[in-house]
Design a binder for this molecule. Structure first.
Ligand code: SF4
Ligand code: F3S
Ligand code: FES
Length: 270
């Protein structure tokens, strides 16, 4: 079991309605309110107990969960931890469990999930605090384990050479799988990943499928079998399809996993 893929998000959360830091009711504005119950927990503070803190705020037109959380942090509680970078569904940082379902805070409108919204950190990843998890550490460990980079022959490493041509259809297929933003939603939405800490998840299997397609990668199916031909790889997948349902980029995960399983079974029976 790799330490870097350990799960640290607490399983039991005590629901508590808490007030703002100054002791006043945690609310902004009047009318058209939404209530956000966010998990609060600092894993580095032995005195910290996981609980849900309720914030009440005015819903604005076109408000996303990211905007709502930013407003909470600005006006009610600067200590609330959550992640974001791009605010446009590109970086994958703002993924969290929204009313029981993994999703991106910056791509979720409060009017679609409110007025009562419960937010939890993504399970399956190291908890940094509150809604912030370390998906980067998990993704790096998975990428290193799957050697998720193009393996070229050494003599081909000539940086001054003009790039080799690729058929547009093939380039498009690779690009389709490369759209993964490593948000971690598929890992959190997968029962297998929650039970098996070393399972590479749909994100990992999708990566292998992507490099398998790449004509510049010299690895064959025997090599890929070494990486994913076990229960931590494609044979650990129980076709639960939670990954496919929650992927915010709508990647064809079910098809890719089924395809990779067929290919790896063929290698296993050789
Ligand atoms: Fe996120 Fe989808 Fe990539 Fe999984 S496959 S990390 S859900 S973008
Ligand atoms: Fe998990 Fe997706 Fe397989 S949810 S079990 S990786 S189909
Ligand atoms: Fe980048 Fe949401 S902030 S995906």
């Amino acid at each position: 079991m790799s330490e870097s893929m350990n799960m640290h998000v607490p399983h039991r959360i005590i629901p508590v309605v808490a007030a703002a830091a100054d002791g006043t009711a945690a609310s902004v504005g009047t009318g058209g309110k939404i209530r956000i119950r966010a998990m609060r927990y600092n894993p580095r503070d032995p005195a910290s107990v996981p609980h849900l803190q309720t914030y009440e705020l005015e819903q604005a037109e076109g408000m996303t969960l990211f905007i709502a959380l930013s407003e909470i942090r600005e006006k009610l509680d600067p200590s609330l931890q959550f992640d974001f970078v791009c605010r446009a569904g590109i970086c994958g940082s703002c993924a969290m469990v929204i009313n029981g379902r993994p999703g991106l805070a910056c791509r979720t409108l409060t009017k679609e999930v409110g007025p009562d919204i419960t937010l939890l950190p993504l399970p399956g990843f190291e908890l940094i605090g509150d809604l912030s998890v370390n998906t980067g550490k998990w993704m790096r460990a998975m990428s290193e384990r799957l050697q998720a980079w193009v393996h070229m022959k050494e003599e081909e490493l000539d940086l001054s050479r003009i790039e080799a041509r690729m058929e547009p259809e093939l380039a498009e297929q690779i690009y389709e799988l490369d759209r993964c933003i490593e948000c971690g939603c598929c890992v959190s939405g997968c029962g297998t990943a929650q039970m098996r800490e070393d399972f590479v998840g749909a994100v990992g299997l999708n990566k292998v499928a992507r490099f398998r397609l790449d004509p510049r990668d010299t690895r064959d199916d025997d090599d890929f079998y070494e990486l994913i031909g076990d229960d931590d790889g494609v044979f650990g997948c129980m076709s639960l399809l939670g990954c496919h349902d929650v992927c915010p980029k709508q990647l064809p995960l079910a098809t890719q996993i089924a395809f990779m399983r067929r290919k790896m079974v063929a290698v296993g029976f050789k």
